[in-house]
Design a protein around this ligand. Structure first.
Ligand SMILES: Nc1nc2c(ncn2[C@@H]2O[C@H](COP(=O)(O)OP(=O)(O)OP(=O)(O)O)[C@@H](O)[C@H]2O)c(=O)[nH]1
Ligand SMILES: [Mg+2]
Length: 478
């Protein structure tokens, strides 16, 4: 049986995976600026490819006059980037890293230069003259995947690591870059391969059929539970990854923009006594209590004949629908029209579980309108910034509720989530097949199909279009 499993694993890992166009392309030497554009002390330009050392030799001048490529791998050299006529372009450090122990698996030369836009352009132009071409988005990481330096899950973790918004998401991205999710998938893959092996063996040991079915059922149940547990925490994973979207909704002049400014402690949104001041949504983010909170100010809700304002109000409702939390703001010092009252009631009925009701303008000492709500209610003065801490406490409590107490093993992105859902559907189809008389060939076929989805997850068997899509979200130079 071990033999069968072994053969199967081999068969799976031998799926021809790298599209031909990409294979040809990754031979070429690419160049890009890896550090962000703009002012700063140091800029880092990276070369990678089979001719990276040739390109580097053509543009590098060392004080000793020796060739850069003759130096030992993984060493740093002071020198100059020079023009064809040996004119100095910049004084730099060359980081020489010969294949295969490099990020991409190819020869890599990194040039640490002065961070001046003109210098950087000149150095890159010089590399192009010497035979390199400009790197596409994420092309260095794509090469690392194609040359087996990392799998697609780890490559995605590189991008997540760069864009992580919270300490928690940084922690998960780093773990995933180091292979935590890849080994999670490898375990799932192993469990399926084992099941296939059971099935294939049963072709030969038909007498022991009942026991095989039982063993496969138990393994299957365990695997299904494991996947369901991870998928169940998907929305919580997104709160960690993307942060929490908090939308401020209410009638005109309720004080939504004042509240946004009060949160941010700056005059981000325009505030005036004129009803209908905010026409479009305004977003601003901040870190608070370990979470990244995005506040969204919206156009006040009222009946209007103004086409532009109406468009803004429609957007307010769309924002309410997609929000993680809603701060429903009411000006308690002035009466509400029956239409406004009705709008508040409708929003509460629709989104009660994600609402914090905010009674604003308590500094005015007159309570004319209050909305009844059977959930968290906070009274504040956005203008005078009083009781804002109470509101932050209420938000923190709601965020904790949203996150729940389930343990998270990894942070999935959309692609991984959708593939895992499909994989779960696939293996769940096997469960009824294991009842009564079992057609092992059919079970085995179904299981093998599901393995293809896992190979797509790790990038071992993935289409060119999917690869392009994944690496499109990267920046140039990564
Ligand atoms: N006294 C008092 N006035 C406030 C308070 N909050 C806002 N205001 C005033 O109410 C008016 C409207 O405030 P905004 O923050 O623009 O209200 P809004 O909800 O954004 O209004 P729209 O953009 O028109 O929907 C301004 O004159 C604010 O100064 C408050 O807590 N107390
Ligand atoms: Mg406003």
């Amino acid at each position: 049986m071990v033999e069968v499993r072994h053969q199967l694993l081999q068969k799976i890992t031998m799926i021809p995976t790298t599209p031909n166009r990409l294979l040809a392309q990754h031979e070429q030497t690419i160049v890009a600026l890896c550090t962000p554009q703009g002012s700063g002390a140091i800029g880092l330009i990276r070369l990678s490819g089979s001719d990276a050392l040739v390109v580097a030799d053509s543009l590098a001048l060392l004080p000793s006059g020796k060739k850069l490529s003759d130096q030992a791998s993984h060493t740093i050299h002071y020198g100059w980037v020079v023009d064809a006529d040996q004119t100095h372009i910049d004084q730099v450090l060359f980081l020489l890293m010969k294949a295969p122990k490099t990020f991409t698996g190819q020869h890599v030369v990194e040039i640490s230069c002065h961070n001046n836009q003109f210098l950087i352009e000149k150095i890159i132009d010089r590399a192009l003259q010497c035979g390199a071409r400009l790197a596409a988005k994420g092309e260095f990481t794509q090469r690392a995947v194609m040359l087996g330096k990392m799998d697609l899950l780890q490559a995605e973790a590189v991008s997540d690591l760069i864009h992580a918004q919270t300490a928690e998401s940084l922690k998960y991205s780093l773990q995933q870059l180091e292979g935590s999710f890849s080994s999670w998938i490898a375990d799932a893959e192993f469990a399926v391969v084992e099941m296939v092996a059971f099935c294939e063996a049963s072709f030969e040991f038909i007498d022991e059929e009942i026991e095989f079915a039982h063993d496969v059922s138990i393994k299957m149940e365990k695997l299904i539970k494991k996947i369901e547990a991870l998928l169940k925490t998907y929305s919580k994973q997104q709160y960690i990854k993307e942060g929490i979207r908090i939308v401020l909704i209410g009638s005109v002049n309720a004080g939504k923009s004042s509240l946004l400014n009060c949160f941010l402690d700056k005059k981000r949104a325009i505030v005036t006594p004129i009803p209908g001041t905010t026409r479009d949504t305004i977003e601003a983010g901040m870190f608070r209590d370990g979470n990244f909170l995005t506040f969204v100010d919206t156009a006040g809700i009222r009946k209007t004949d103004d086409e532009i304002e109406q468009e803004g109000i429609d957007r307010s409702f769309q924002e309410a629908a997609s929000a993680d939390l809603i701060l429903l703001v009411v000006d308690q010092s002035s009466p509400l029209s029956s239409q406004e009252q009705q709008a508040y009631v409708e929003i509460i009925e629709k989104y009660a579980s994600k609402i914090i009701l905010v009674h604003n303008k308590i500094d005015l000492d007159q309570t004319i309108s209050k909305i009844v709500f059977d959930g968290p209610v906070v009274q504040i003065s956005a203008k005078e910034s009083t009781h804002v801490q109470d509101l932050f406490n209420a938000i923190a409590k709601k965020v904790d509720e949203l996150k729940g107490s389930d343990v998270i093993t990894c942070l999935l992105n959309n692609r991984q989530h959708d593939l895992l859902v499909k994989f779960l559907e696939h293996i769940k189809r096997v469960v009824p097949m294991l009842q009564k008389s079992v057609d092992y060939e059919l079970v085995s076929y179904q299981l093998k199909e599901s393995l293809v989805l896992l190979s797509e997850m790790t990038g071992r068997s993935v289409s060119e279009a999917v690869l392009d899509k994944v690496f499109q979200s990267f920046c140039v130079g990564k």
